[in-house]
Design a protein around this ligand. Structure first.
Ligand code: THU
Length: 146
């Protein structure tokens, strides 16, 4: 941890994701996830997981954030994503939360549209910093349909 501007940006985005986890509707898993997507213009779009009594229909935090982006946000370049989760009020204090496989694909849609490979900050007692291309190599996206 160098304490430089990149660290400050990471810590701020993680704090935003933790706050977003407070909006989770997760009565079945009791696992509250928050995601924060940072764009090149400085805008941030958040999401929280939204579960359903038909369990398989539950939406992950990252997917909710991407739905917000593509439906109401003029997306520029997606530069960073912060993901956190845990028991209510304890996001970031437990195991590292990495985006699930489906969310990697969903995030790739926004990233590829803006031509970026976002850094992914995964919160937890053992945090992970990675990139979307590392989590989803050789991704299929909008560019492949041209
Ligand atoms: N979850 C997310 O919101 N994002 C992920 O990337 C992993 C899992 C949610 C889905 C479900 O509501 C809860 O976490 C437990 O799996």
């Amino acid at each position: 941890m160098s304490g430089g501007p990149e660290d400050a940006r990471r810590d701020e985005l993680l704090a935003t994701a933790r706050a977003a986890a407070g909006g989770a509707y997760a009565p079945y898993s009791n696992f509250h996830v928050g995601a924060a997507l940072l764009f090149a213009d400085g805008s941030v779009v958040t999401g929280a997981n939204v579960e359903n009594a038909s369990y398989g229909l539950s939406l992950c935090a990252e997917t909710v954030a991407v739905a917000k982006v593509l439906s109401e946000h003029q997306s520029g370049g997606l530069v960073a994503v912060a993901v956190t989760g845990g028991a209510p009020g304890a996001a970031g204090k437990g195991t590292t939360v990495t985006p699930c496989g489906r969310c990697r694909q969903v995030l790739n849609e926004v990233a590829q549209l803006g031509g970026t490979d976002p850094v992914i900050w995964c919160d937890g007692v053992e945090p992970v910093e990675t990139t979307l291309s590392a989590l989803l190599p050789h991704a299929f996206g909008p560019a492949n349909l041209k």
